[in-house]
Write a protein that binds this ligand. Sequence first.
Ligand code: NAD
Ligand code: ZN
Length: 296
Amino acid sequence: MMAAKTSIDEFKNLLNSSNRILALCGAGLSAASGLPTFRGAGGLWRNYDPTSLATPKAFQRDPVLVWFFYAWRRHLALKAKPNRGHYALAELAKKKDNFLCLTQNVDGLSPRAGHPESKLRLLHGSLLDNKCFNECGYIDRNNLSDPVCPALAPAAEDYPSHQTLPLLDPNVPVPSVKTEDIPHCPNCKTGLLRPGVVWFTESLDGEMLSEVNDWVDQERIDIMLVVGTAASVYPAAGYTFKARDKGAIVVVVNPDADSSRGLTPRDFFFQGDASEILPQLFEGVIGKMDEYGNIL
Ligand code: NAD
Ligand code: ZN
């Protein structure tokens, strides 16, 4: 099979003449901000597979353990800064009227990079939202408290980089915290609050999905950008196929050569770090960007 295109100049021409653009982003977009991907090296949290903690069953069984995992991820996300990849996408969204960006990331970095809300869909929710586990409908959005509550402070301690946070050491027991001391729903008063992310076995927000599907179905799509995602989690991964059906040229940005699988000679593959590649790819539309993500 013939390989996808790799010419930045050729892509720049395509972008200039393109109108409707869809993007699907994943954990790799935030890798340069220092946030680990699930499938990346290492992969374990204490001695747990992170995906085994990201389920309603795990929360039911041990809400304190699951909250510690999320309190730690919230702390990392709040400490991290958006990178040039987030800024480049945010700028492109300001310049192209018909650009919709779907992100699987829950770290809040795209909103913090100034990505216009109307052009961004958080497919998997946000680490910074807390919602009622009893589904009474209560949701506390964009909660920036760190730690999320006093009992979970051991997840929000800063340690020098050569030392391990005790919470991350599987030989140190998880601090003993009572269920009463983790966040409770102020609305129904009976439910626990849980992170506002989509867990394995849960469905994505139906209203958001139908809105995205309407956007996709409307008209021809010129470009489908696939940034930093293994595109293995559905329904998110399905958007590449949908966009292709609507005529899109698929453009993959990922350091992993395997992620170019399935691309055709009309598509593009840029192998590398999204924070380096995206500002180059979009330069003709957004202008030159400095190392901090400011447009010069
Ligand atoms: P993934 O961990 O399955 O895949 C990450 C992809 O990013 C891989 O293909 C990898 O090759 C690529 N990558 C690594 N470094 C990169 C870089 N510098 N630039 C570009 N690409 C890079 O993640 P996923 O596909 O997003 O899906 C897994 C699930 O995990 C999602 O549901 C997501 O919500 C969740 N998750 C989110 C975060 C976050 O919000 N930051 C972090 C970890 C996992
Ligand atoms: Zn409630």
